[in-house]
Design a protein around this ligand. Structure first.
Ligand SMILES: [Zn+2]
Length: 198
């Protein structure tokens, strides 16, 4: 692992390449037409995992995705508020909840169910508690039955979707008015493929 000063330097150098149009991806020149406003067609709730970068894996450019990322792609109140803001402000027609294989947050919640940690930090506990019911619902009779992780990732995506649909007024309204479509998806870290879930 590099140290903090090197990490910060990498960010600063990256921004200079972006400004100069010499980066590997988009540049400030691409951004210029967006400086005044944004109109993202897709709102995406994804995991903070550094390997699951929506703009990259969907090959989308600046201004195309309104992204909220949080460990385990959970619909906590602040996350829901961000999504509601986008629904109301931009009228984006599509909301995607994107989980991924081998999610660390999902496996942490599974581990807590199997063997609770006595001194788990309070905020992490709150996140894990939010994930627990869905993950517990697909728990095999014995932890070594296999398949729990795969099922847990999908159950977690479904639970986030359900929570958004059932508890958010603006989302419920937009879906009811057929101006918003909500869909779950899973990104496979090994293959790079995204599967949209029913
Ligand atoms: Zn994850």
């Amino acid at each position: 692992m590099i140290d903090a000063s090197e990490a910060l330097q990498r960010l600063q150098e990256g921004n200079e390449r972006y400004l100069a149009g010499e980066g590997g991806g988009a540049s400030m020149q691409d951004f210029a037409p967006l400086a005044a406003d944004q109109s993202p067609a897709v709102i995406l709730l994804g995991c903070s995992d550094s390997r699951v970068v929506p703009e990259v894996l969907f090959d989308q450019g600046l201004g195309e995705l309104f992204v909220v990322r949080v460990a385990g792609n959970m619909a906590s109140p602040e996350v829901m508020a961000s999504i509601e803001f986008a629904v109301l402000r931009f009228g984006s027609p599509l909301l995607v909840v994107l989980g991924h294989t081998d999610c660390g947050a999902v496996s942490a919640a599974m581990a807590e169910l199997s063997e609770p940690t006595a001194d788990i930090p309070r905020n992490i506990k709150s996140l894990v508690d939010r994930m627990t019911p869905a993950i517990k619902s697909v728990r095999p009779r014995q932890d070594d039955d296999g398949g729990w992780m795969e099922k847990a990732v999908r159950a977690n995506v479904s639970a986030s979707l359900r929570h958004l649909l059932q508890t958010s007024g603006p989302i419920k309204e937009a879906v009811g008015a057929q101006t918003l479509t909500v869909v779950g998806a899973e990104y496979n870290l090994s293959t790079g493929a995204v599967e949209f879930l029913d």
